[in-house]
Structures are given as structure tokens and as C-alpha cells.
Write a new protein. Structure first.
Length: 261
């Protein structure tokens, strides 16, 4: 069995945001209340977390998540990274370190900002008083695995920080913040018939560093995945509006959306 659980569906300000409030979102629809984005994939019992949202503590509590097999980072923006310290509680529960995976550019940022969290693979580390994280540097287009689950990083382009997506077990395509796909990413995505594609829709209109709804729909048409979830939505993206302007197999995310197959 495969499960996708969208722990948070929001962009960096969340919804409502301090600066823009509800924006275009209907405050009467609870699906418009959005924490920052983290996504949990469970494949045959293996639990893989994509990014550690600043809201991770409540996300883990709400969903009673007490164990993880690996964490994959897409990029080092704070809304994708700054819940990393909350992983200490997983260490305490499981009494073991956690493996984190990121490309070199992202791992350098993690080491720079959160060096106290990372363990030395050659040392006897005491990890119960702080998050005990074992870093693994991965490369675009090079497959690695987490307990038998195959994962391939994808290079994304045009965001204002180097960003990466992942193909998971040749059935899930998870894309983080981007403006364009690299040629190699297009080739890798086209080579699989994704059962689920996750795309970020920060705002409905075009943006310098993010795709808009029209661009997202073009990618969906190009790759023809079975199902699509539009994630990472800011206050410009009303749930009902996005839902009404997308095909039947495309759904806007909301906090704690669970999909199984």
C-alpha cells in the first residue's frame, strides 16, 4: 500500500498570513487554513518525509507520527527546513538517529545553519538530547534508496534558491518550488507513468520564481499523471476556485489530505 499525507498545504506565510490575511481565500472554508508544507509518503510501511515545515511539531502530533525512516529535503528556504529541530522527539521515541537526504547545495546550507543537529558517522554520538541526524548527500538523476524505496532527485530551475524534486518508487513525482524543469528532469518524469504528481501552486497568476495555474496545467497535460495534487498554496489560492478551474484528476491540497492506493 502507498499513502500520501499532506501535513501542510501552505506556502511560506501560511493562510491566513500576517501580511495578507485571508487574501482571496474564503475564511468559511476550513480547507483554506494552511500550515507550511511537509508531505509524508508511506510505501509498504516505509515512512519518508519531504521537508520539515516550521509547523512540523503540530503536524506530527495531529497525525500521531512517531517514527520516520528518512527525510528528503527539496531546498533550504525556511518554510521547508526550519522545523528540523522537531525531529529530536522522533529520536527520543525511536532511540536511534535519523537519516536525512539532500543535494550538496542544500546539505551545505543545513550544515551551515544547523551544524549542532548533525552526527558524525564515525563517532559514537549521543543523540537523545538533540536531533541526531545522519546526513547523506545525493545527486540529481542518481537513484538512492531508503529501506528499499527507490528515490531519484530531480533538478528544478528558476526558483530564487537551488531547488530539487523527487521521483519516488517510479510512481510519485514530487516537485518543489520551481519556474522551469531541467531537461533531465523532464526526461525522467516522462519515463514514468506517475500515479501521483505533486506540483506547487504558490499563486494563481504567473510569478518570477513560481509557476502559475496555467503553467501547472501545461505540465499536467504534458506528463499525463493519473492524479495531481496542487500544493504549497498562498492566500491568493482559494480552494474552491482552484478546484473549479482544474480537471477532475487534479485536486488542490489541504492540511491533512490523505490519499491511498
Amino acid at each position: 500500500m502507498t499513502c500520501a499525507l499532506f501535513l501542510g498545504a501552505g506556502a511560506s506565510p501560511g493562510v491566513p498570513s500576517l501580511s495578507n490575511g485571508w487574501g482571496a481565500c474564503n475564511p468559511d472554508n476550513p480547507k483554506n487554513i494552511r500550515r507550511r508544507t511537509s508531505t509524508l509518503y508511506e510505501i509498504n510501511g516505509v515512512k519518508i518525509l519531504i521537508d520539515t515545515s516550521p509547523d512540523l511539531r503540530m503536524q506530527l502530533l495531529d497525525n500521531r507520527i512517531t517514527a520516520l525512516d528518512g527525510i528528503c529535503y527539496t531546498h533550504a528556504h525556511s518554510d521547508h527546513l526550519y522545523g528540523i529541530d522537531e525531529l529530536r522527539e522522533i529520536n527520543r521515541i525511536t532511540c536511534r538517529p535519523l537519516d536525512i537526504f539532500a543535494t550538496d547545495v542544500t546539505m551545505r546550507e543545513i550544515k551551515k545553519r544547523f551544524s549542532y543537529l548533525l552526527l558524525d558517522k564515525k563517532a559514537d554520538n549521543f543523540y537523545l538530547s538533540r536531533p541526531g541526524l545522519l546526513p547523506h548527500v545525493v545527486k540529481p538523476n542518481r537513484v538512492f534508496d531508503i529501506k528499499g524505496v527507490k528515490i531519484m532527485p530531480l533538478k528544478l530551475l528558476g526558483h530564487n534558491m537551488p531547488s530539487f524534486g523527487y521521483i519516488i518508487n517510479d510512481e510519485i513525482v514530487h516537485i518543489a518550488d520551481f519556474k522551469r524543469l531541467s531537461g533531465s528532469a523532464k526526461e525522467r518524469i516522462a519515463a514514468v507513468r506517475a500515479k501521483l504528481m505533486v506540483l506547487p501552486l504558490t499563486i494563481v497568476d504567473k510569478h518570477r520564481y513560481h509557476i502559475g495555474l496555467e503553467e501547472a496545467l501545461r505540465y499536467i497535460e504534458q506528463f499525463a499523471p493519473e492524479r495531481v495534487v496542487l500544493n504549497h498554496m498562498a492566500s491568493e489560492c482559494d480552494y474552491d476556485f482552484v478546484d473549479a478551474h482544474t480537471p477532475e484528476n487534479v485536486h488542490p491540497a489541504y492540511d491533512n489530505l490523505r490519499m491511498e492506493w
